[in-house]
Design a protein around this ligand. Structure first.
Ligand code: NAG
Ligand code: NAG
Ligand code: NAG
Ligand code: NAG
Length: 372
């Protein structure tokens, strides 16, 4: 069946469950399908397509991230305009909308939660104006709802918004986070003194481990020095690119950059092409569907970046698509990758996944949409 789609930015996406039980069965079905798209003959071997040689099972081995993390982060919508009220209201909204039941359990505070200076004992302190009750209070609040609290710091001397960074304070800061009941740390890359990320990120891994509290370690080094190559033993996820912005150009650029690291993702450690922009207004409904679907296929963290207290019906529909979430949370944890591109502006893209999905992205203008 084929449906003609016209008009600027008309995109279509379908995920088809082929319900196949083994890789052999998948091979038998997928290879002929790919051959049919490849006029000059299908040359790559099936094994090359499904290269999982670097598939790093549980390298960091802290028991977390068996599937990509799901939740929310404050930055993409609120940036620095955060406070404990908005974090609590977001936790409430994750519950009342049903998003938490679908797996969105991380409530992650990004930059700007902290005072601009450490206290006299060199400890990090929450900004007294915006977080007067402190982070422990927030952690207790979200834990009481069955959610998890995430916090943010930086592998440099300042955060990107010029709050104190954790470089050289890793042990003290990790102890503080653990004492507050923090479950997740996003660790950024600003003001890093030009020291290589391979040197700056391990001390925080060891510091978090040393607290005895199980804390998700999200390495945010913007893809510097290709962290897929070395971060598997350090973090539960690692950013593969620079920051996303709320545009089709940014989203697709980042997706293409993230694609090449597919072989390094696996249970315990994931490539992170940055947080979702779905619902923030810079893309069309179809573009956001494509964004969410590609992130799901790439086994990316699904961290919502909009105001979940005030989502449109369309945003809610995209973020709650159970079939797409199931692709992301497939326990085998093999990252889908782009193996074939054709049509106007590469509008038909094929991403095979080992188990049990085959997916088609049908993007750009004036493109036939095929269902099989
Ligand atoms: C808390 O932050 C939200 C979101 O930026 C804002 O709308 C609200 O006015 C703030 N509340 C206080 C008390 O500052
Ligand atoms: C610390 O690291 C060890 C070795 O990988 C691991 O077994 C343990 O679960 C880790 N503990 C925490 C709290 O992350
Ligand atoms: C968003 O990202 C795209 C692609 O990288 C870039 O061309 C554009 O300038 C960015 N927009 C903003 C507002 O930063
Ligand atoms: C809710 O979102 C709409 C846009 O979708 C916006 O116009 C409105 O101001 C928002 N309301 C609040 C209370 O933030």
């Amino acid at each position: 069946m084929a449906a003609k789609k016209n008009g600027a930015f008309s995109l279509c996406f379908e995920v088809l469950c082929l319900c196949m039980l083994s890789a052999v069965a998948i091979e038998g079905r997928v290879v002929p399908l790919l051959q049919s798209y490849h006029k000059s003959g299908f040359r790559s071997t099936f094994r090359a397509l499904y290269d999982t040689s670097k598939y790093g099972i549980l390298q960091l081995n802290n028991g977390l991230a068996l599937t990509p993390p799901m939740g929310w982060n404050s930055w993409n919508f609120f940036a620095c305009n955060i406070n404990e009220t908005v974090i609590k209201e977001t936790a409430d909204a994750l519950i009342s909308t049903g998003l938490a039941d679908l797996g969105y359990v991380h409530v992650n505070i990004d930059d700007c939660w902290s005072s601009t200076k450490r206290n006299s004992e060199n400890q990090l302190v929450p900004d007294p104006k915006t977080f007067p009750l402190g982070i422990k209070d927030l952690a207790d609040y979200v834990h009481a709802k069955g959610l998890k609290l995430g916090i943010y710091s930086d592998a440099g001397i300042f955060t990107c918004q010029v709050r104190p960074g954790s470089l050289y304070y890793e042990n003290d800061d990790a102890e503080m986070f653990a004492s507050w009941g923090v479950d997740y740390l996003k660790y950024d890359n600003c003001f890093n003194l030009g020291i290589k990320p391979e040197e700056r990120y391990p001390p925080m891994r060891d510091a978090l481990n040393g607290t005895g509290r199980t804390i998700f370690y999200s390495i945010c080094d913007w893809g510097e020095d290709d962290p897929a190559l070395w971060a598997g033993k350090l973090g539960n996820s690692w950013r593969t690119t620079d920051d996303i912005n709320d545009s089709w150009a940014s989203m697709t650029t980042i997706a293409d950059l993230n694609d090449k690291w597919a072989a390094y993702a696996g249970p315990g450690g994931w490539n992170d092409p940055d947080m979702l922009e779905v619902g923030n207004g810079g893309m069309t409904y179809q573009e956001y569907r494509a964004h969410f679907s590609i992130w799901a296929l790439m086994k990316a963290p699904l961290l919502i970046g909009c105001d979940v207290r005030n989502m449109t019906a369309e945003t809610f529909e995209i973020l709650t698509n159970k079939e797409v979430i199931a692709v992301n949370q497939d326990p085998l944890g093999v990252q889908g990758r782009k193996v074939h591109v054709t049509g106007t502006d590469g509008c038909l893209q094929v991403f095979p996944l080992l188990h049990p999905f085959l997916a088609y992205l049908n993007g750009a203008t004036d493109c036939d949409m095929e269902y099989r």
